[in-house]
Design a protein around this ligand. Sequence first.
Ligand code: SF4
Length: 310
Amino acid sequence: MRNYGPSLLLRLMLPSAQGREVRMVNCRVNRIVNRIVNFENPLAIKIRKQIVSALADYNMLESGDRVMVCCSGGKDSSLLLALLAEIRRRAPFNFDFEAVMLDQKQPGFDATNFKTWVASLDVKLTIVERDTYSIVKEKVTDGVYCSLCSRLRRAILYDHAINEGFTKLALGHHRDDANQTLLLNLFYSGKISSMPPKLKSDDGRNVLIRPMAFVAEEDLIQLSQEWAIPVIPCNLCGSQSGMKRQMLKGWLKEMEVKIPGIQASMLTAQTNVRESQLADQRLWDFNKLKADGSHTGFHIDHFSGLDENI
Ligand code: SF4
């Protein structure tokens, strides 16, 4: 844990003294839905603690930060907004964040309920409008739009962050997203690479943070159902892509039954890389390696965790 020290973690992790609820009244065509967002919900507390751990471990937030939370309208970024609002309320230092959503002009896009949700959290929302949908429809001929679509979206959001003076961009990716990306890169791209909790954008202009890097998707699904989070469907574009990711997601779900804790172990593995036990000559100098009596840093009982039947 860096920079924050125990007082921040303690204050952020303790249940609120007075408790707090956000009541959201959502007017639909013929009915009114009452949403009670209770931050003392045990699952909300668990997820908030995991977010605080990630924030602290990777020094994601500093005093004076102005963070742009990239919102897709899905459950993940919507929950991140709510929990960041609660963390900001408790934080012993000042930081600010705003929600930014990109309206890509996909048919049927409707942010009405999302706007109500963000307003109920007392968070500023900006909706940036750019017709990337027409561009991808025109340029892409095989019906798989995601690669171009996400490149365009990234460029627009990164530019917006710079133009508006945001110091960081927060993304709603969670533990399972990182695990799927790890497998996608391993199986399809021949590299060991995932979604780091914090990184500099390729062009060097932005810092991206993923406060939910430690959070399991099943917890986000459950909390989003308990809080009745409004969701904008992600299939408005009609793209057939994401199938490899969906396949690996299903596979990991099956493996979790056979090997309980596999997703948690995969996350731990990403924090526990041993360069000398891989084969990348850029990370480990195999040429100069020789027996010199110095300890490698690995203990003999390094293997004790393995099942003897393996
Ligand atoms: S699913 Fe649709 S909106 Fe999402 S990245 Fe792919 S093309 Fe874009």
